[in-house]
Write a new protein. Structure first.
Length: 176
């Protein structure tokens, strides 16, 4: 998905964190390895039990923000998330592409992830509105997403869920 016009690709990390199966230790490790592009080079991917639990709370908080149904509730959750962040941005091209990192290069793993997701999510909400966050309408899927469509018409987390639902609706019509 193209998050390029949505303030920051960091929101992608927030969405992935909200949707991740974070069962320790494997789920946590898998998530961190899949997203190590957001960490300053050399950051250890080992998370203490305590920090893994905090990561789980952050994941649930992002989900709560995406599910919230009023601007007030979104802002409350967002500000709780931002309260956990320790922003100290810097620009880098460590992977060949210019981009921002949001936490100090020597911040702990948890601090880097928490800060990045808080900044990414709040930029999208502030620039494009809280309605841009949603939860998938497909049966059996509760993944959250950021709606990057031009007319904010998105209802599914992915093309897979969208076409699955189209097929299901078609079959239901056939049956009727
Ligand atoms: Zn980077
Ligand atoms: Zn879905």
């Amino acid at each position: 998905m193209d998050y390029g016009t949505y303030g920051s690709r960091a929101v992608e990390l927030a969405i992935d964190l909200a949707n991740a199966e974070l069962d320790p230790p494997d789920g946590v490790r898998e998530f961190l390895h899949a997203h190590d592009e957001w960490l300053s080079p050399g950051t250890s991917l080992e998370l203490s039990e305590r920090d893994a639990a905090a990561l789980g709370r952050t994941s649930r908080l992002i989900r709560a923000v995406a599910l919230a149904e009023s601007q007030d509730d979104v802002l409350r959750g967002l500000n709780e998330l931002l309260g956990l962040a320790r922003p100290r941005p810097y620009a880098t091209d460590h992977d060949g592409e210019l981009h921002l990192h949001y936490a100090r290069a020597d911040a702990s793993l948890l601090e880097q992830v928490t800060t990045t997701v808080a900044m990414g999510l709040s930029q999208v909400v502030v620039q494009h509105g809280w309605q841009r966050l949603g939860v998938c309408s497909a049966e059996g899927c509760d993944d959250v997403y950021v709606d990057t469509s031009r007319n904010a018409s998105r209802r599914y987390c992915s093309n897979t869920c969208a076409s699955r639902s189209t097929v299901a609706a078609y079959r239901a019509r056939q049956k009727a």
